[in-house]
Design a protein around this ligand. Structure first.
Ligand SMILES: [Fe+2]
Length: 366
């Protein structure tokens, strides 16, 4: 399945994943053929991307990082936490602890060293899935750094709540397409203090959780906010969350900018090694995250075009691919599909493509 921008052109296509409403009920089931009124309703509800089933993605390993049931529970929990916070009620520790323990258990069951976030995106509105993605990514990164289970749960709780303070920022500022004024920017920066104060009020949550929210926009070079802390002055857990937060933000569609493919996010983040991000942690992260997640369209150095089927645990830049054609100037010559394990080949991936770029070129197949 592929993640597509939600537009009327998807009419007649089959959904690749269940779609849920805000209360966690199934709105449209996987396999349902999209009709124009469904698309209209989804757009109205704020969805902007959906997974679509298609022939090209046959054979792609689409095992999700988290079970459907867990994602659904996580969305409902984070929604309740945000409502409690907005209505000035205290956040319930039990809500946070139970879902994060559940997420950590599932992630610890995964043996894989290379992880893809596929299946988590487009699940619900940005606020909800961003919190869950950052929690899952931060926990995986900390796991690769040998954190104990208790420490993973503590980190996961801080990661899930890291942007809680954003609930206080008016949507018009958060989703503004134009450049923010200095005043608006100062307003956004306050979400770190707001989150810190809210988490501190929950006695069972450790000060580490509160400091993750407080420090997740600090930078190693001291140019971050709110306090301009440097290097080791920044809590290790906050350095982990800042990497997870940046990666998910760069690869997510936002009203004011287009999302970038993971390989581009990796290139961007590599440039900030040791300035924005902790060098050692970033190295572990960039060597372990799927640079070309399952289902990606990739162009190899020799112009062969393929779809990523499965990750190789030994090398996160050399997955197993299904070759579908060859690029010849601005056309694609279709080939009888065959599998290629790049890990055992000299051949590397030149770049990944957006799916719509392939669709455009496929119209001119030979
Ligand atoms: Fe933030």
């Amino acid at each position: 399945m592929f993640l597509y921008p939600l537009t009327p052109s998807l009419e007649g296509k089959a959904l690749g994943q269940n779609i849920y409403d805000d209360n966690g009920n199934v709105l449209l089931k996987k396999g349902v053929i999209l009709k124009r009124p469904y698309i209209k309703k989804l757009l109205k509800m704020g969805y902007f991307e959906v997974y679509i089933q298609d022939e090209l993605s046959e054979g792609v390993d689409d095992t999700p990082l988290l079970k459907e049931k867990t994602k659904k529970r996580a969305v409902l929990t984070i929604k309740k936490i945000m409502q409690d916070y907005e209505s000035r009620a205290r956040i319930q520790y039990q809500d946070v602890c139970s879902i994060v323990s559940n997420i950590v258990d599932e992630l610890m069951d995964q043996n894989c060293r290379v992880i893809s976030l596929q299946g988590l995106k487009a699940y619900d509105s940005y606020t909800f899935y961003h919190s869950i993605n950052v929690c899952a990514l931060a926990v995986m990164l900390a796991r690769w750094c040998y954190y104990t289970k208790d420490k993973l749960v503590e980190l996961g709780m801080g990661a899930l709540l890291h942007d809680l303070g954003k609930q206080k920022i008016p949507r018009e500022i958060l989703n503004k397409r134009d450049k923010l004024s200095d005043e608006e920017w100062e307003y956004i920066k306050k979400h770190t203090d707001e989150g810190y104060e809210a988490i501190r009020k929950v006695p069972q949550l450790s000060s580490i959780c509160a400091h993750i929210a407080y420090q997740h926009h600090e930078r190693i070079d001291g140019k971050g906010y709110p306090r301009g802390l440097q290097g080791d002055e920044i809590l290790g857990q906050a350095r982990v969350v800042s990497i997870a937060d940046a990666f998910d933000a760069i690869t997510s569609q936002r009203p004011y900018r287009d999302k970038l493919l993971p390989y581009k996010a990796v290139e961007i983040m590599e440039k900030s090694m040791g300035t924005q991000f902790d060098e050692e942690l970033l190295e572990v992260f960039l060597n372990s995250i799927a640079v070309y997640p399952n289902g990606s369209v990739v162009e190899l150095e020799n112009d062969l075009m393929g779809i990523v089927l499965k990750q190789n645990t030994s090398n996160n830049r050399k997955p197993r691919v299904k070759i579908i054609g060859q690029k010849v100037s601005d056309t694609i010559v279709l080939l009888e599909p065959y599998e290629l394990d790049l890990d055992s080949q000299e051949l590397s991936i030149k770049r990944a493509w957006e799916r719509y770029e392939l669709d455009r070129l496929m119209k001119r197949v030979i």
